[in-house]
Design a binder for this molecule. Structure first.
Ligand code: ADP
Length: 161
């Protein structure tokens, strides 16, 4: 049986915490699809294409990981892709409260969807895309928080703005 799972998120930008979850999930499932969310209501620093190309570069050595962009409801997208396993990362209780509600909502929309929560590794548990963007905007040191290519992309973005 081919176990295919999706890991959806904003990845604005992808952090070392995201990459850690991707690698761990890719070792559990036969195939992992990283789904980059494109939500018109949200304001992103990086375009969906920029986020997808960063993630693609970061996972290029993992044959069973693919990266796609979704601009619709995730449950509709998963149905279209014939995937019913959804992976989400959890950094702590606050994340869990939000993630739990989201999983309830998704199961209400589609009872076939199973959400699998993966706890963060302790070294990544303070990493949050929003705080990384703030740090980057003040030219802070991002070493270890994001892969070097993401640190460069952040620098380029803030140098331009
Ligand atoms: P979203 O807008 O969907 O929350 P994010 O890119 O912020 O998108 O997060 C995508 C997923 O990755 C979420 O499940 C989030 O909890 C998880 N995640 C984010 N940062 C980390 C981290 N440092 N460790 C583990 N999981 C994380």
């Amino acid at each position: 049986m081919n176990r295919k799972a999706a890991f959806p998120g904003s990845f604005d930008p992808p952090t070392s915490g995201h990459v850690n979850i991707i690698h761990r999930a890719a070792s559990i499932f036969d195939e992992l699809v990283v789904v980059i969310a494109e939500n018109r209501q949200k304001k992103y620093l990086f375009s969906a294409e920029e986020r997808a190309s960063m993630v693609r570069e970061l996972v290029k050595n993992r044959e069973n990981v693919t990266v796609t962009i979704c601009d619709c409801l995730i449950v509709d997208y998963l149905k279209k892709m014939d995937i019913n396993l959804l992976v989400r990362g959890v950094r702590g209780v606050e994340d869990f409260t939000y993630e739990f509600e989201l999983s309830m909502m998704n199961r209400t929309l589609d009872p076939q969807i199973e959400t699998i929560f993966m706890t963060t590794d302790p070294e990544y548990f303070v990493l949050r895309s929003s705080s990384i963007k703030e740090l980057a905007s003040f030219n802070g040191n991002l070493h270890g928080m994001v892969p070097p290519l993401v640190a460069k992309a952040l620098k380029d973005k803030y140098d331009k703005n």
